[in-house]
Design a protein around this ligand. Structure first.
Ligand code: ATP
Ligand code: MG
Length: 421
């Protein structure tokens, strides 16, 4: 688990602001659910056989002897809340969330035990068009951050029946080749065989080249649905690559599954993952409700964003990751000047300007160096002499040099000057 320091949070908030704008314009409303839920919610919602529930949850008994879990993902909680508050009887719900998630994993670059996701859930959306719309939302959000080198990978898991049929076919095929499987995959053969497709083990990977694929197991209706998703993406000019091995880690997916990966990340390349989960609402006790959504990992997104900023220092990503620059730096020395500087900074901040106020009392030269370093366009200079004359000197630090004196009381004139150039 990591601390987030101001420099990182500044970038973080820039990303969140961009995401918020996309959600607002697309009609998604924010939802916030508790970090702590009943363990049972995730067992029922995600599935006991998944890595997340089987190995990665932070679960404990509270003082009332109830088993509680720090949420490992957002979807189950959002669905629980929608059911609990009767939102589903009010028609389709477009919801988004952002916040920390907890999984007991092996920490490495792009993988933490407390990490953060931004996600959307569209409950009550059935048509292939809704799949296309949420994928486009993720794609446009990432593009809007100035991130290149992204790849959209797409698969269809079919209906529950398709998956069951495929599961049986895959198990039958693998059972006669069980000796060639790695240990992990062998134990998944009975518990969660589809996850074997996701194995990173080279020999298992090689074996799977020959295995029956999900695509072959799709019913005609599922296949047609998948084709409509693909033609929808093509119509919007969103490139994708079919990946018949793409299965999502969580149990509740059906039909469309997708991931967006970046060539800027190493092994942990997936920035965003999602898909359709038509069975989940019913499984959690709500009315049968089709749904589609995705979640993106904030930490990985920020890694990609920083790489994009380095690659193109003039681009959108660089602008978003740049630190905030104050409008002016107040250089001051002397007792009366210090008090006047404080008042001046306060007035300008009340006029919504960002002001850095030097509080060191150091020599003017030192203070000017700091003013230059912080990137402010103006230095406001106050010594006791200036205070006695009732003025402040404005010195432009960036661009063409310029200096002028203004009455200390003429706040709006100072504001105009700082704003204008
Ligand atoms: P992975 O295969 O990388 O473990 P996942 O399938 O478990 O990913 P999801 O549950 O789909 O991931 O979560 C969506 C996104 O959240 C991921 O694509 C990733 O960007 C991010 N994410 C998941 N687990 C972590 C983690 N432990 N640390 C940082 N980010 C994570
Ligand atoms: Mg995982």
């Amino acid at each position: 688990m990591v601390d987030l320091l101001p420099a990182a949070l500044q970038r973080w908030q820039a990303v969140e602001a961009v995401a918020r704008g996309h959600f607002q314009r697309s009609g998604f409303g924010e939802i916030r659910t508790p970090l702590l839920e009943s363990t049972d919610l995730f067992c029922r919602g995600i599935g006991e056989a998944t890595d997340v529930v089987g190995k990665e949850m932070y679960s404990f008994l509270d003082r009332g002897e109830r088993s509680c879990t720090l949420r490992p993902e957002g979807t189950a909680s959002v669905v629980r809340a929608a059911i609990q508050h009767g939102l589903l009887s009010q028609g389709a719900q477009k919801l988004w969330y952002a916040g920390p998630m907890f999984r007991y994993e092996r920490p490495q670059a792009g993988r933490q035990r407390q990490f953060h996701q931004i996600g959307v859930e569209w409950l009550g959306a059935e048509s292939p068009r809704s799949d296309v719309e949420v994928i486009a939302l993720a794609w446009d959000l990432l593009q809007g951050l100035g991130i290149g080198g992204l790849q959209l990978e797409l698969n269809s898991l079919g209906s529950t029946d398709d998956r069951q049929a495929y599961r049986d076919a895959l198990v039958a095929w693998l059972e006669v080749r069980v000796d060639a499987l790695d240990d992990d995959s062998r134990s998944r053969l009975s518990s969660n065989p589809l996850r074997i497709l996701d194995s990173k083990h080279p020999s298992t990977q090689a074996l799977l080249e020959e295995a029956p694929t999900l695509a072959d197991a799709l019913s005609p209706a599922s296949r047609e649905r998948f084709e409509r998703v693909q033609s929808g993406l093509s119509a919007l000019g969103i490139p994708y690559r079919l990946n018949p091995r793409l299965v999502r880690g969580l149990d509740y997916y059906s039909h469309t599954a997708f991931e967006i990966t970046s060539d800027q990340l190493g092994a942990q390349a997936t920035v965003c993952g999602g898909g359709r989960y038509d069975g989940l609402v019913g499984q959690l006790g709500g009315p049968a409700t089709p749904a589609v959504g995705w979640a993106l990992g904030m930490e990985r997104l920020l890694l990609v964003l920083e790489a994009a900023a380095t690659a193109d220092p003039q681009g959108v990503a660089a602008r978003l990751t740049a630190g905030a620059v104050p409008a002016a730096y107040v250089v001051n020395r002397g007792e009366r000047a210090a008090i006047a500087a404080l008042g001046l900074a306060r007035d300008l901040r009340r006029a919504e300007l960002a002001i850095d106020l030097d509080s060191s009392g150091a020599a003017f030269g030192k203070q000017f160096k700091r003013a230059d370093r912080c990137g402010a366009r103006w230095a406001l200079i106050l010594g006791d002499d200036e205070v006695d004359q009732g003025i402040v000197r404005l010195k432009r630090l960036q661009g063409e040099p310029k200096e002028q004196s203004v009455a200390l009381t003429a706040i709006s004139a100072i504001v105009d000057t700082l704003r204008s150039s």
